[in-house]
Design a protein around this ligand. Structure first.
Ligand code: 5AD
Ligand code: SF4
Length: 436
């Protein structure tokens, strides 16, 4: 096999898994092809969080079938969450698939590729590697300034709508030394920002031999010379401790930005989702956060139309958004996922109502985001310049609060921190002028 092409669906975890796969395949001498048509193997790194992600995967698979008809030697591999969920079932729908492996099998990628190359029949390996979190794997990162670093895998929360714990397994934290070594290497390569990744980073450290928790990990990363900014996703509101608030406040490299998914504003729905916090507890936490961390930017996830969500429950989500004043939200229509507890709840909400509710929260949030961005007009923001701008200005970057800023400035600033005065604002981005 000389070349491969990876198509990635889903979250940052998956994006980063694809970087790992690229690193492993490049280490064995294969080259990454920029289009599927030029590759000997195409890997679909799949997502199963909502039905729509699954549909996207099956339509892509259909396109690849046509490519394989023209090019019979082409190997098609399915990786990621759908591979884990469906395993050999994928073959009954798509018998032309050659290789199926899950998210915790990536360390064996080279081995399964060899096996697939040596046999015509499909190879399926979704057993998972119990030691995966201790493996030090190469990664070919797409970006040269900002890097994702996994700190933990899996999830123990079992929110009733969510398929992740069934696919990515129980929580396993990477040893702190491995993480710090990786961050040091990144700094040596010139990376300026790291985003620590995990399904629930706040509970980092569970089950580790070396005692560690997330705030202490942040301190260690903060001490790595060369790294200028630290971000992390995702945080579970229940596990957001006072100690973490203090770390975000006091550690200079940790950005004043938090993604804190609430999901719903109704206590009845939160209980039914098994979120283990109430609306009041959540609002209290964000109030304390904002009191201690000045300039904190906050984003969240919302699910509309969860089973049993009445008009009154939904109104509570609307008023929650008004109260919380997020900088941005990700909102989704509830989607039935195989094997999850919410499937068996009564009161599934009709699609039309879900759509109306989704449109309403998105409209409301758009106005809030617009207003919050407008408030930044005239302020001076620290921006990490990370590339050429696609619209307006010549270069682009992000504020510490993770807002995109377009700036008129030379490309030589890419990779640097600059101070920028915000001169105009929109919903999706800001425009800034470099301060002398
Ligand atoms: N339906 C809709 N949204 C979901 N999410 C997770 N599972 C589902 C589902 N079954 C959303 C949650 C989560 C985000 C990553 O995806 O809001 O925080
Ligand atoms: Fe990521 Fe979850 Fe999708 Fe898997 S199912 S790719 S963990 S969002």
């Amino acid at each position: 096999m000389k070349s491969f092409h990876i198509i990635t669906f889903g979250c940052q975890m998956n994006e980063h898994d694809s970087e790992r796969m690229t690193g492993i395949l490049e280490a064995r001498g294969c080259a990454s092809a920029s289009v599927a048509g030029d590759a000997d193997m195409v890997i679909l790194n799949t997502c199963s969080i909502r039905e729509k992600a699954e549909q996207k995967f099956y339509s892509e698979l259909g396109r690849l079938k046509k490519l394989k008809d023209e090019k019979p030697g082409l190997k098609i591999a399915v990786a990621g969450c759908i591979a884990q969920q469906e395993g050999s079932n994928i073959l009954s729908r798509a018998p032309y698939v050659d290789l199926i492996f899950g998210p915790s099998d990536i360390a064996r990628l080279s081995h399964v590729v060899d096996k697939s190359l040596s046999q015509p029949s499909p190879v399926i390996d979704t057993a998972g590697d119990p030691e995966y979190h201790r493996k030090r794997l190469p990664a070919a990162r797409a970006d040269k300034i900002k890097a994702w670093v996994s700190i933990m895998y899996g999830c123990d929360n079992f929110c009733t709508y969510c398929v992740v714990p069934y696919l990515r397994g129980r929580e396993r934290s990477r040893p702190p030394d491995d993480i710090i070594n990786e961050v040091r290497e990144l700094a040596q390569k010139g990376y300026k920002e790291v985003t620590l990744l995990g399904q629930n980073v706040n509970s980092y450290g569970k089950g580790l031999e070396q005692s560690a928790d997330f705030p202490s990990l942040l301190r260690l990363v903060n001490d790595v010379p060369g790294i200028e900014r630290i971000r992390f996703v995702t945080s579970h509101p229940r596990d957001l401790s006072e100690k973490l608030t203090v770390a975000v406040r006091d550690l200079p490299k940790v950005c004043e930005f938090l993604h804190l998914p609430i999901q719903s504003g109704s206590d009845r729905i939160l209980a039914s989702m098994n979120r283990k916090y109430t609306r009041a507890e959540y609002l209290d936490k964000i109030m304390r956060l904002r009191d201690s961390v000045s300039g904190l930017a906050l984003t969240t996830d919302i699910i509309v139309g969860f089973p049993g969500e009445t008009e009154q429950d939904f109104e509570l989500t609307v008023t929650l958004l008004e109260e919380a004043q997020y900088d941005g939200i990700f909102a989704f229509k509830y989607s039935k996922r195989p094997g999850t507890a919410a499937l068996n709840l009564s009161g599934h909400v009709p699609e039309r109502i879900k759509e109306e509710r989704l449109a309403r929260v998105l409209d409301l949030q758009k106005a809030i985001t617009e207003k919050k961005n407008k408030a930044l007009s005239g302020t001076v923001q620290e921006v990490l310049v990370d590339g050429h701008s696609k619209r307006g200005g010549t270069i682009t970057g992000r504020t510490r609060g993770n807002k995109a800023v377009n700036i008129d400035g030379p490309a030589s600033l890419i990779g640097s921190l600059v101070h920028v005065e915000i001169i105009s604002t929109g919903v999706n981005s800001l425009t800034g002028k470099i301060c002398e």
